[in-house]
Design a protein around this ligand. Structure first.
Ligand code: NAP
Length: 337
């Protein structure tokens, strides 16, 4: 699990076998860190993989692993799932709420821990009203689904844990993260925004307010992972950062660029302001379920939040949206290792 230049960072990536976690693991290794990945399956595309479950005390780690984690971990990244927008309350809360409490208690038992980073989602802001910056979390918002509420609870717990004496935990928020899967294979189109891609590529219409001409805060997996590494190294301390592609592609542009390699022009239909009836109509005439609640501007995020991230910023991979479309041409992966 050695990186090429040993920085002395020994990073525990909880959820590191997943899509974003794999990107973060690779970025940590490139930065010269040692990396240990925890997930229920215990697999790791890079670094050392160990089995663990955030719902169990001390992550359910075997005694020998626990001893090494305690002795060696200097940094931690929390990027565990589930991530489905359709996840139910049981799974969302047992992981993002109860699981997060267990993880935070565990981090307090790591004597060498210098900095942890929680990977949050802009969706934790739900239907926030008014302009949102890195300061706001609860604005009286309602939530579209249990995933949003789960991510809200996780960030709430992290912020509440930032008391004096506790190890510093920073928060990095992302919108939808796109780009080819760092683990290889076909991108997962089961969840979130990517669930709309097969539908669009097959030539079916989607109904969007303003024809999707609003920012959707996407970024690519590589720049997202690099920002997490910056947060570990800067370090971020107890602050909150938000990262998205500074080019700010609109939802419409994202769909057009993902479809381009297929020679398909997405059929985006103007839904007007989506009232209850138009939403129901949208569902019937072909707006994918994942997209129905995200077919209008999500909230008003102040783009100046980017400036709180120290420069130089990572550059998103050129044409990561087209690369997402091209990766979808690969045959479906049966199961991730
Ligand atoms: N992808 C995005 O667009 C995006 C955007 C913003 C924020 N995020 C956040 O980033 C994190 C990772 O997202 P992702 O897209 O990489 O999801 P993912 O591919 O589904 O990965 C989730 C990871 O969490 C692990 N995990 C799930 N339940 C666990 C448990 N009980 N104990 C230990 N590990 C567990 C999974 O491994 P096992 O199943 O083997 O346990 C996997 O390693 C999530 O917290 C998500 O909210 C993602």
């Amino acid at each position: 699990m050695n990186g090429s230049r040993d920085t002395g960072m020994n990073v525990l990536v909880v959820g590191g076998s997943g899509y974003l976690g794999a990107g973060i693991t690779q970025a940590c290794l490139r930065a010269g860190a040692r990396v240990r990945v925890v997930s229920r399956r215990g697999t790791a595309a890079a670094g050392e993989g160990v089995r663990g479950d955030v719902r169990r005390p001390r992550l359910g780690l075997p005694a020998d692993v626990l001893a090494r984690v305690r002795a060696e971990t200097t940094h931690a990244v929390l990027c565990f799932g589930p991530v489905s927008w359709a996840t139910g309350p049981g799974e969302a809360l047992e992981t993002h709420d109860a699981g997060m409490r267990t993880v935070l208690a565990f981090l307090r038992e790591l004597p060498a821990l210098e900095q942890a980073v929680h990977v949050s989602s802009l969706l934790a802001l739900g239907r926030a009203k008014g302009r949102v910056t890195n300061r706001e979390l609860y604005t009286g918002q309602r939530f579209r689904n249990w995933y949003e509420y789960g991510k809200y609870r996780a960030e709430r717990l992290v912020r509440d844990a930032m008391s004096a004496g506790a190890p510093p935990i920073g928060v990095v928020r992302f919108g939808p993260v796109l780009g080819p899967d760092p683990r290889g294979g076909r991108p997962d189109t089961e969840h979130g925004l990517p669930a709309a891609f097969p539908h669009l590529l097959a030539g079916y219409p989607v109904h969007l307010g303003r024809r999707g001409d609003f920012p959707c805060w996407v970024t690519d997996v590589h720049s997202a992972a690099e920002v997490v590494v910056t947060a570990l190294r800067a370090p971020i301390g107890r602050r909150t950062w938000t990262w998205f592609d500074p080019a700010l592609p609109t939802l419409r542009e994202v769909f057009i660029e993902v479809c381009r390699p297929w020679g398909t022009v997405p059929k985006i239909v103007d839904a007007g302001p989506l009232g209850r009836l138009t939403r129901l109509l949208g569902e019937r005439v072909g707006t994918v379920p994942e997209l129905v609640d995200y077919a209008e501007p999500w909230f008003d995020l102040d783009p100046a939040v980017l400036r709180e991230i120290p420069e130089p910023w990572p550059t998103p991979e050129p044409d990561y949206l087209g690369a997402t479309g091209r990766a979808l041409l690969a045959p479906p992966t049966v199961e991730r290792g």
